[in-house]
Design a protein around this ligand. Sequence first.
Ligand SMILES: *Cc1c(COP(=O)(O)O)cnc(C)c1O
Length: 336
Amino acid sequence: MRYFSTRGAGPVSLDDALRQGIAGDGGLFLPERLPRFEVDAFDGAETIPAVAELLLGPFFAQSGLEPELCRILEETFSFPIPATRLPIDGHDVSLLELYHGPTVAFKDVGAGFLAACLSRLEGDVDDPLTILVATSGDTGGAVAAAFDERPGMRVVVLFPDGRVSERQAHQLCCWSDNVLSLKVQGSFDDCQALVKGAMADSDLSRRHRFSSANSINIGRLLPQSTYYADSSLRHFRRTGNRPGYVIPTGNLGNAFACVMAREMGLPIGPVILATNANRTIADYFETLEWLPRASLQTLASAMDVGDPSNMERLRHLVGEADVLREQLGIVSVTDE
Ligand SMILES: *Cc1c(COP(=O)(O)O)cnc(C)c1O
């Protein structure tokens, strides 16, 4: 499988897309086409690693990592991801428990997978890869945990001073020498702009061998599509209905992974994006104008994003707002 930038550059191999994180032209990598599956292609796949091996196999075709995929998935899914029925009378509603990983964020799945891939591709202690991460709270901890003490890998985390919780601050700063955490006087968007700026500086980027572990890296999104695949297949086998998903949304990585699974033929019904007071996506669906803006600080700091990166992927894969709003719901919720 070959990968192209949303802005046209490419093709590159999966291995290079994972290494680079962001494309040279500033766009985001996507596979040249999405594989399509029938539901019965997953007959007999009863665990997430088994579903993931079938779903992700085509993305790893011709990658140097292909023979390792099974072991990479075992490493990634070292914790369970159950869907637990909620006691709501007359409604079949479940909570997809994405919080059983080491830092209690769903990002442990994507970060663990990316670390498992990159540590197989890289790992030269004399010429380390430097993962640059902007975080609004949860990403930095998950990435730091996944790369902590991995030889030949350095992590530099940028987080907005005073805008993460005490526990998040601890999770950002408690690691070994290969993880450096920097407080930035500003918002998440400022951190993200610094990371993008550093990576766009080709001289600096080559010298330090920068890569990204934000959800701009396709290596975060591929494994995230597998828990939608697994949980939708379970629900579909049990009830005959395609489950809908309500997805808390910030940088739009987790929701994009769900849309990707649906596009690949998984039995997924309505997808509803739930944002906090950061209304960039909601306003786009309403006015058809894409107007990124500074983020507002809310109680849900991990969702305080005013310029969601993965909208570029969503527009490339599905279409502009007039098409998107036919295919996705959106709800913006205030702190109250
Ligand atoms: C990261 C995060 C989100 C936002 O996810 P995106 O993929 O950035 O849209 C929402 N809730 C929690 C708890 C998170 O950690």
